[in-house]
Design a protein around this ligand. Structure first.
Ligand SMILES: [Zn+2]
Length: 165
């Protein structure tokens, strides 16, 4: 694509976003430095994590139903999914427990995964919220002298080298 063509595409995209609600939608989806954009990002992360957990629980439940026999309490797939949820959330009632070696091996993997699934997204969301509520820290306020970027919103001079911002 030539530069002129690229410019034309850019212009047509700009024209298409002229109406107000489209601008708002664009900001919400693609900008991360606004409250709405940040909330959208966090919502997307939460939805993705919940989707992944749902898929894992259903898959593991079905596998455990196949691996374990009904004599061991895994009488149907919903029952196995119940076991998967109890195990993945590290609650572990113990009313259902795998008896076969393969079942126990799968159980060990899920127990370790439970920590990761709960801990990692919690950390990400917490970090994002902390950043969103941060004390007017903005990345757009970069010092041209030293490149330091964590200035206050209303700063006139760089706090490292004294350059005018
Ligand atoms: Zn500086």
């Amino acid at each position: 694509m030539s530069t002129a063509q690229r410019e034309m595409v850019k212009q047509s995209v700009e024209q298409k976003r002229e109406s107000n609600w489209q601008n708002v939608l664009y900001d919400v989806i693609f900008k991360a430095d606004t409250v709405a954009g940040k909330s959208f990002d966090i919502t997307v992360i939460v939805i993705i994590v919940l989707s992944v957990i749902t898929v894992i629980i259903n898959t593991v439940g079905s596998i455990m139903y196949i691996v374990e026999s009904p004599d061991n309490g895994f009488t149907n797939i919903p029952q196995s999914i119940y076991w998967a949820v109890v195990t993945l959330t590290t609650v572990g009632y113990g009313d259902l427990a795998p008896e076969t070696n393969i079942g126990k091996a799968i159980a060990m993997v899920i127990m370790v995964m439970g920590y990761g699934i709960l801990a990692v997204p919690t950390g990400i969301v917490t970090a994002e919220i902390t950043k969103a509520m941060g004390h007017n820290k903005v990345t757009s306020n970069v010092c041209e002298g030293c490149g330091y970027r964590w200035h206050d919103d209303d700063a006139h001079y760089c706090k490292h080298c004294g350059n005018t911002l």
